[in-house]
Design a protein around this ligand. Structure first.
Ligand SMILES: [Zn+2]
Ligand SMILES: [Zn+2]
Length: 263
């Protein structure tokens, strides 16, 4: 499986992806925002885009569909419940559906509500597992729930699905928010030296060259995956005294998300 990350260089800091078969060059374009950028990147790599996947219905993940379809005839795939909003969807996806790309790539559909109610992540199994997670899991953070989402659903997606994946799973999110999110982690958990180190590394990189993390690393630096951490809970209680001394993980997650909205 070949992965080409395409940095959109926009204010929202979107990442688009091309996932290609190393034998045939057939490619899946994930979350094309700038269709021309994706087409240019595919040409440069010698890929031919045959499918498009939108992780969810927000325009910054779908705006490039029409241009890529016009140029390539690619089929459009998305969560079945997001298809009507997106328009032009050829294949509505449900949990467990497998997306094949060329001869060598198989991606499993995960039904991952929270950022919106109709959001999918794609999981590549095998020796080098990879997760294309749209706006659910970010580097050192979690997606917001402002536009059609629900933090309780996002919590459930994190604990029931994402946190259970192999530690070696590479994380390919829909936006580049690494440094900002790491600063949030350090504000919650000043003693987290892994986060401090990762922040220094992130600040030394252009966003287009941001590091690809693994789920194991995320569990060390992502507050939304550290819900039983005593320091995080103690700091959270300063802001939300009503959560009590031993809040459950769901409460910690939802309050972290609420705090991050204003942070
Ligand atoms: Zn979104
Ligand atoms: Zn987005």
């Amino acid at each position: 499986m070949l992965v080409e990350r395409v940095w959109a260089a926009n204010d929202l800091r979107n990442f688009q992806y091309l996932v290609a078969c190393s034998q045939t060059g057939e490619a899946l374009a994930i979350d094309p925002l700038d269709g021309q950028q994706c087409l240019d990147a595919a040409r440069k790599q010698g890929f031919s885009i045959t499918q498009i996947l939108n992780t969810h219905e927000h325009l910054d993940h779908t705006a490039g569909n029409a241009e890529v379809v016009a140029a390539t005839g690619a089929r459009v795939l998305a969560h079945a419940a997001a298809a009507r909003v997106i328009g032009g969807v050829d294949r509505g996806l449900a949990r467990g559906d497998v997306i094949k790309v060329g001869r060598t790539v198989e991606l499993e559909t995960l039904d991952t509500p929270g950022h919106t109610r109709a959001h999918v992540c794609l999981l590549a199994h095998g020796d080098a597992p990879a997760l294309f997670c749209g706006d659910t899991l970010f580097n050192a953070g979690a997606g917001n729930c402002h536009n059609g989402g629900d933090p309780n659903l996002l919590y459930q997606t994190f604990v029931d699905q994402l946190a259970k994946l192999p530690e070696s799973t590479r994380v390919y999110p829909g936006h580049e928010y690494m440094a900002r999110n790491l600063a949030f982690t350090i504000d919650r958990e000043p003693g987290n030296s892994d986060a401090a180190h990762a922040l220094a590394v992130a600040r030394a990189h252009e966003p287009a060259a941001a590091r690809v993390t693994t789920l194991g690393e995320e569990k060390r630096v992502n507050a939304f995956l550290r819900l039983s951490n005593p320091q995080i809970i103690a700091k959270l209680r300063e802001r939300f005294p009503d959560i009590g001394e031993t809040p459950d993980a769901r409460t910690v997650f939802v309050k972290l998300r609420e705090l991050r909205n204003r942070w």
